[in-house]
Design a protein around this ligand. Structure first.
Ligand SMILES: Nc1nc2c(ncn2[C@@H]2O[C@H](COP(=O)(O)OP(=O)(O)O)[C@@H](O)[C@H]2O)c(=O)[nH]1
Ligand SMILES: [Mg+2]
Length: 229
């Protein structure tokens, strides 16, 4: 199988099913064999049923947090490559084909809001926090990446599966990057136009995110993420 798409969801009945339908059509047009793994928390809005009806394989992840759902999806993935994306409509499914075409250009290919051609329609405080964290990551830790928290990415499956992670939340994205970069991996950013979510509510809290990024910064600074066990 060519590609596994891993999409963590929690109450994304408005966003996730149309993404699955669109991805299935795009992959079929482009001859890409695939599985779409919706890794769902305890959704109560019908996300699981609607996603399954649209053609996804639905995995159930009772543990709360983006991190555990992400890990479960990656573990289950059977494709040669893994594309990760959000299920709320912020990541354009059409970009999956750009990712596929550029899948071998680097070990980590990131959809980036902050390179030319990229954009971010986000609430002002979220955009400010995101830009600040990304600036800190570049300046203090030397990540050669403009959008280190971007979650739409493609990796060779064997590569992503070899990276150990422990983050429970969205900071798993930086954790993966820190480990990948410290082992000499290459990164490429392609422009992503981040859109407002299709419906439902964000699960990210600015305070929690700020705290967990702070913890991660200390972990990186102390070198804890540098060697791959
Ligand atoms: N399974 C699962 N998915 C989650 C959880 N938290 C967030 N997600 C999903 O992760 C993706 C990104 O979350 P979102 O709330 O949009 O974060 P934001 O874009 O930073 O506001 C969405 O598809 C969410 O439904 C969780 O605790 N469990
Ligand atoms: Mg979102």
């Amino acid at each position: 199988m060519d590609l596994s798409v891993v999409i963590p969801t929690l109450n994304e009945a408005a966003g996730a099913p149309p993404i699955v339908t669109r991805l299935k059509a795009l992959f079929s047009e482009n001859g890409i064999s695939n599985e779409i793994l919706i890794v769902d928390g305890e959704s109560s809005d019908g996300t699981q049923e609607l996603a399954r009806a649209a053609g996804a394989d639905v995995l159930h992840c009772p543990e709360l947090g983006y991190g555990p759902a992400f890990r479960q999806g990656v573990r289950a993935a059977r494709g040669d490559f893994i594309l990760t994306m959000d299920g709320d409509g912020s990541h354009p499914p059409e970009l999956a084909i750009d990712f596929w075409r550029q899948r071998s250009d680097a070990d980590v290919v990131i959809g980036s809001r902050y390179v030319p051609g990229g954009s971010a329609l986000m609430p002002f405080y979220r955009l400010t926090l995101s830009r600040l964290l990304n600036a800190l990551t570049r300046v203090f830790y030397g990540f050669p990446v403009r959008d280190a928290s971007g979650g739409m990415r493609i990796y060779k499956s064997s590569f992503l599966k070899s990276i150990p992670t422990s983050a429970q939340d969205f900071s798993i994205q930086q954790e993966i990057l820190a480990r990948a970069l410290s082992s000499g991996a290459t990164v490429k950013e392609i422009p992503l136009q981040f859109r407002p979510r299709a419906g439902g509510r964000s699960k990210a809290s600015a305070l929690n995110l700020g705290m967990s990024y702070l913890k991660l910064f200390f972990k990186i600074k102390s070198g804890a993420l540098q060697s791959r066990p």
